[in-house]
Design a protein around this ligand. Structure first.
Ligand SMILES: NC(=O)c1ccc[n+]([C@@H]2O[C@H](COP(=O)([O-])OP(=O)(O)OC[C@H]3O[C@@H](n4cnc5c(N)ncnc54)[C@H](OP(=O)(O)O)[C@@H]3O)[C@@H](O)[C@H]2O)c1
Length: 257
């Protein structure tokens, strides 16, 4: 029998936006069971220990660590089997795992690494978990994308981040946006709400330790902000925005594709 809890999987949740999203979800409702997805069980367990130490008085919903490497089909299938055995369904999938190649390397290697995680991984994770999402009465699929993937912004001469390069990352997030659009179309008939989400420029480990310090210094936002927005989204608070034609933005409304 399917669980009576709202079962939510956040991939790449041992760090950054994913980590804060698990905390915010658990803080929100005791009826949530949050699966803290991590490609390394050890890192996932360390993150959970840290959450329990730092937020012991506010956590309400259960949290379990789930090993899932989005570039490893066997790991994805095992994660699916575990969710099926334990809960019989999945209500919310937050495809958050992602990377930005910031080390020097040749273009083809950078593109392959970026797409392997940010795009191919998200497709395979979602399509593997689709049968479990179909068993939910109110399913949501979130793709954590980026305004860096907006073609409209890229060509806007006044766009604030126009001087940043990061072409591989931008191209991958544009592909994620198309993925969200395809799945929104494909899954509409069974009532699944699908969206691409822009979390804003946040302090996280996306560009390593040096990058984290630079983000802090430059006033990047706290990843708690997108985490709170994601809690609102999966509770239906942004359904009007999801129905619009664009990326659901952390600050409200949508951004152009
Ligand atoms: N921070 C920003 O300013 C910003 C802005 C727009 C969009 N985003 C997006 O937000 C999402 C979260 O990034 P973040 O900023 O929170 O960075 P982060 O702190 O580096 O977190 C990324 C997470 O993804 C995980 N990950 C990477 N490859 C994986 C794989 N193959 N399988 C499973 N997990 C994997 C990482 O695990 P490990 O710890 O094992 O590496 C980590 O837990 C990404 O999709 C990113 O593109 C971030």
């Amino acid at each position: 029998m399917a669980s009576n809890k709202t079962v939510i999987l956040v991939t790449g949740a041992n760090s950054g936006i994913g980590y804060e999203t698990v905390v915010a979800l658990s803080n929100a409702l005791p009826s949530f069971h949050v699966l803290l997805g991590s490609r390394s069980l050890e890192k996932g367990q360390l993150a959970l220990n840290d959450m329990q130490r730092t937020h012991s008085s506010s956590l309400k919903g259960a949290i379990s660590v789930l090993q899932i490497d989005v570039t490893d089909q066997k790991s994805i299938q095992t994660a699916k089997d575990e969710i099926e055995t334990q809960f019989g369904k999945l209500d919310v999938l937050i495809n958050n795992a992602g990377l930005m190649v910031y080390q020097q390397m040749d273009t083809l290697t950078a593109l392959r690494q970026t797409f392997e995680t940010n795009v191919f991984g998200q497709v395979v994770v979602t399509e593997t978990l689709e049968p479990l999402l179909k068993k939910s009465t109110d399913p949501y699929i979130v793709y954590v994308s980026s305004e860096q993937g907006s073609v409209t912004n890229r060509l806007d001469p006044n766009y604030q981040y126009r001087h940043l390069r990061g072409d591989s990352y931008r191209i991958s997030k544009a592909a994620v946006n198309m993925l969200a659009a395809c799945h929104r179309y494909n899954y509409a008939e069974w009532g699944c709400k699908v969206l691409a989400f822009n979390p804003g420029w946040c302090v996280s480990n996306l560009t390593g330790e040096k990058g984290r310090k630079m983000r802090l210094k430059m006033g990047a936002r706290d990843p708690k902000e997108p985490a709170e927005a994601l809690v609102d989204i999966i509770q239906g608070g942004r359904d009007d925005d999801i129905a619009k034609n664009g990326m659901v933005d952390v600050d409200g409304g949508v951004l152009p594709w």
